[in-house]
Design a protein around this ligand. Structure first.
Ligand SMILES: [Zn+2]
Ligand SMILES: [Zn+2]
Ligand SMILES: [Zn+2]
Length: 317
């Protein structure tokens, strides 16, 4: 096991002890949603390795993905750290001013405030020349608008663009993509069953990686029948494509389950099949295993179990 992986596995201990019930991202205004900072606060590093483990825990059903937030993100790079910029919707210019549309009620003339503003500072109607005296009586404000100094167009709402602060691309609002942000919640009851198994996998991985290429937990391989098959752990001799052995963990082992394991192992040409089981197996199951050449190992503490697995792999190899 790499040192960084064994460090990041502290995650499992926190979950087993009940300190960690969910892993939620934290929003950093500079970088967006981030899992690394909250993990670091719990002493779980390195982040990349921890995220890999979280992915594996989702796959084996210990963690469940839930929606934490749904955010708009950059269409180019996916970042949700965006700066909203206002532009003229006609020419894209940044140079526009707030203005007011006014109506002179006595003659009906409608125009921008600037047209009514005389040099003297008084308000004079550009159509009839009379002075505007009292808001609401002889003139009214019709609407607040923006007037572009570049193209002269008048509009009520500027177009809002979203500049990505990560890659610099300025997204039109129609280009933004919505993105789900997840948190990871511990599935009640999953810990006692799955975590010891995961621990076992980790040990298997580190013990056997000297002699084998260790794949898993959870490997999908295509058998010679063309069917995709799922395995807990697959061992390959380095440099060779062939499967040296498969190691499966079965909660309850009966004839049917045993046959299923045997036939999928046979389908990928596994040289050896080891099944780790909890509790006793019935005599007929043990006999069937022996006639199929499947080695059974009872789960009894990680170390003892590993010893047995190693012995089973070595036998007659
Ligand atoms: Zn971007
Ligand atoms: Zn304009
Ligand atoms: Zn007038």
């Amino acid at each position: 096991m790499s040192p960084s992986r064994s460090k990041a596995l502290a995650l499992l201990d926190l979950m087993v002890k009940g300190y960690l019930r969910e892993i939620a991202p934290r929003y950093d205004p500079a970088t967006g949603y981030d899992y690394c900072a909250p993990l670091r606060d719990l002493g779980i590093v390195p982040c990349e390795e921890a995220m890999k483990i979280i992915g594996e825990l989702v796959e084996i059903g210990v963690l469940r993905r839930e929606i934490h937030d749904r955010v708009a993100s950059c269409s180019r790079c996916g970042s949700e750290v965006l700066l909203v910029r206002a532009r003229c919707p006609y020419c894209g210019s940044l140079r526009f001013q707030s203005s007011v549309v006014m109506e002179h009620l006595l003659c009906g003339y409608v125009g921008l405030e600037a047209e009514f503003l005389a040099q003297s500072g008084r308000l004079l109607c550009p159509k009839c020349g009379r002075e505007l005296r009292e808001l609401g009586r002889d003139f009214i404000r019709v609407a607040d608008v923006q007037r572009c100094e570049e193209c002269g167009e008048v509009f009520s709402v500027p177009s809002l663009n979203y500049e990505c602060l990560k890659c610099g691309y300025e997204n039109k609002w129609t280009e933004l993509r919505t993105k789900e942000v997840h948190r990871y919640v511990v599935v009640p009851g999953s810990i006692t069953v799955q975590i010891p198994t995961m621990r076992l996998y980790e040990e298997i991985r580190s013990m056997l990686s000297r002699d084998y290429e260790v794949l898993g937990p959870h490997v999908v391989m295509r058998g010679s029948s063309g069917v995709d098959l799922e395995f807990d752990v697959v061992l390959r001799r380095p440099g060779e494509g062939s499967v040296a052995a498969v190691v499966e963990v079965a909660d309850e082992l009966d004839e049917e389950r045993l046959m299923a394991i045997f036939s999928k192992a046979y389908d990928v040409g596994a040289g050896r099949v080891v099944v780790i089981h909890r509790g006793e197996v019935r005599e007929p199951v043990a006999r069937l295993a022996s006639s199929l050449g499947v080695r059974l190992v009872r789960l009894e503490g990680v170390e003892r179990t590993l010893e047995e697995v190693l012995r089973s792999l070595g036998e007659g190899a």
